[in-house]
Ligand binder design. Structure first.
Ligand code: AMP
Length: 398
């Protein structure tokens, strides 16, 4: 079966067409600048990337141009759209309602809409993508896969904030966690590669990309994670501050005469390693700057590394130990220096990195030494494949 995986943002739409038998992507692509002018970058597997400047006034036009590219006579990858067996949609926030992926119907759409308050930038865009696909592919089953769902197994002690209880009752303010599809996929792969029985394992997953989060996965279930009500909490990220003393918000507001909205924008878009260094949110730029003596860039990467190590330490405590630590996403998969520097803090739990094994990029690998007390792995994430798998499972069981 061919599965179309859609990840729809406010002005962009990423897609992959995946063959569920081979689990390979047949085509991948991206619509950008939706509602502005429009651009479609379409790459059929093993062929040249194609760039089309297309008017994309809205998401329906974007989906339409994706479908046209997939069946294009010259650049397409299939004869007819009827070959698409199902569509899997990434949805950022499923609140407490969605603990797993679901087949989309009117009632599910209503429930996702009710979560919009919790992810005002993301959920409405995800819904627009779902709506456009339903219009253009009537009768094709669609599945929603939530970033938050994997973390719904967290116990109360992990998801409760130290706030008056009424805010949980009234507004459901609590830790939700994100990147769930990645944490789920990577923890399963890590158990397989490390030779652990998933239901008897303590795994810490470090999803280190532009957005970054850590999770504690006990016996295959998420029991804690670093992102919270929103993806702002936790690690220091490319442009997001991660954990700060909440009183800083009032302090800056008073000193700089800024509004709450301006400060939230600062914390989301102008902080993290970008704000700390004044150089870049991209670790490749930061490492180059640090190597040429930029002290702020050096400090920014060290603060980042230290924060990740602290979370790993606290999650080892949460699970009474750890069997495996898996690094994933742009940095975790590719940056041997960042992995080594994080692990240098972890000798106290028996972590020992093998320099040669750690010299990998974008590949599954055990990077710890044979004598290491904890298996350490690099595991490329594949959120699209995880979405396609859930989609096939739900559609086949209908
Ligand atoms: P992501 O959000 O998962 O795409 O990750 C983005 C981050 O990963 C950026 O900070 C990049 O610098 C980093 N990254 C991506 N590719 C590489 C690479 N080949 N080597 C080192 N860092 C990389």
């Amino acid at each position: 079966m061919k599965i179309l995986v859609i990840n729809c943002g406010s002005s962009s739409l990423k897609y992959q067409l995946i063959d569920s038998e081979t689990e390979q992507a047949i085509a991948v692509g991206l619509c950008e600048r939706i509602g502005i002018d429009g651009r479609l970058v379409h790459t059929p597997a093993g062929r040249e990337k194609l760039i089309f400047d297309k008017a994309l006034p809205n998401h329906e036009a974007a989906v339409q141009s994706v479908l046209a590219a997939l069946v294009d006579k010259e650049h397409g990858v299939m004869e007819s759209l009827s070959e698409i067996g199902a569509v899997g949609h990434r949805v950022v926030h499923g609140g407490e309602r969605f603990t797993e992926s679901v087949i989309i119907d009117d009632e599910v759409i209503k429930a996702i809409t009710e979560c919009n308050d919790l992810a005002p930038l993301h959920n409405p865009a995800n819904l627009i993508g779902i709506d456009a696909c339903r219009k253009l592919m009537p009768g094709v089953p669609m599945v929603a896969v939530f970033d938050t769902a994997f973390h719904q197994t967290m116990p109360k002690k992990a998801f409760t904030y130290g706030l008056p209880h009424e805010y949980y009752d009234k507004y459901k303010i609590r830790r939700y966690g994100f990147h769930g599809t990645s944490h789920s996929y990577v923890s399963k792969r890590a158990a397989e590669i490390a030779g652990l029985a998933l239901d008897h394992s303590r795994i810490i997953v470090c999803h280190l990309g532009n957005g970054a989060s850590v999770s504690a996965v006990l016996n295959g279930k998420s029991v804690d994670t670093s992102m919270g009500l929103t993806p702002l909490e936790g690690l220091i990220m490319g442009t997001r501050s991660g954990d700060i003393d909440p009183a800083i918000i009032e302090f800056i507001a008073k000193k700089e005469g800024k509004s709450i909205e301006e400060i939230m924008n600062l914390l989301n878009k102008k902080s993290g390693v970008y704000g700390m260094s004044g150089v870049s949110s991209d670790f490749r730029d930061l490492e180059a700057a640090a190597n040429s003596g930029n002290e702020l860039a050096k400090d920014a990467t060290e603060v980042f590394v230290y924060r990740v190590a602290k979370y790993i330490g606290s999650y080892a405590a949460a699970m009474n130990g750890v069997d495996a630590i898996a690094f994933t996403a742009g940095l975790g998969e590719n940056d041997k220096n960042i992995r080594r520097r994080i692990c240098e803090y972890l000798g106290f739990i028996g972590v020992e990195i093998d320099e040669e094994r750690n010299n990998v990029r974008g590949k599954e690998a055990v990077i710890s030494s044979d004598s290491s007390g904890v298996k350490v792995l690099a595991v490329p994430t594949n959120e699209e494949l995880a979405i396609a798998r859930d989609t096939v499972m739900l559609v086949s069981n209908r």
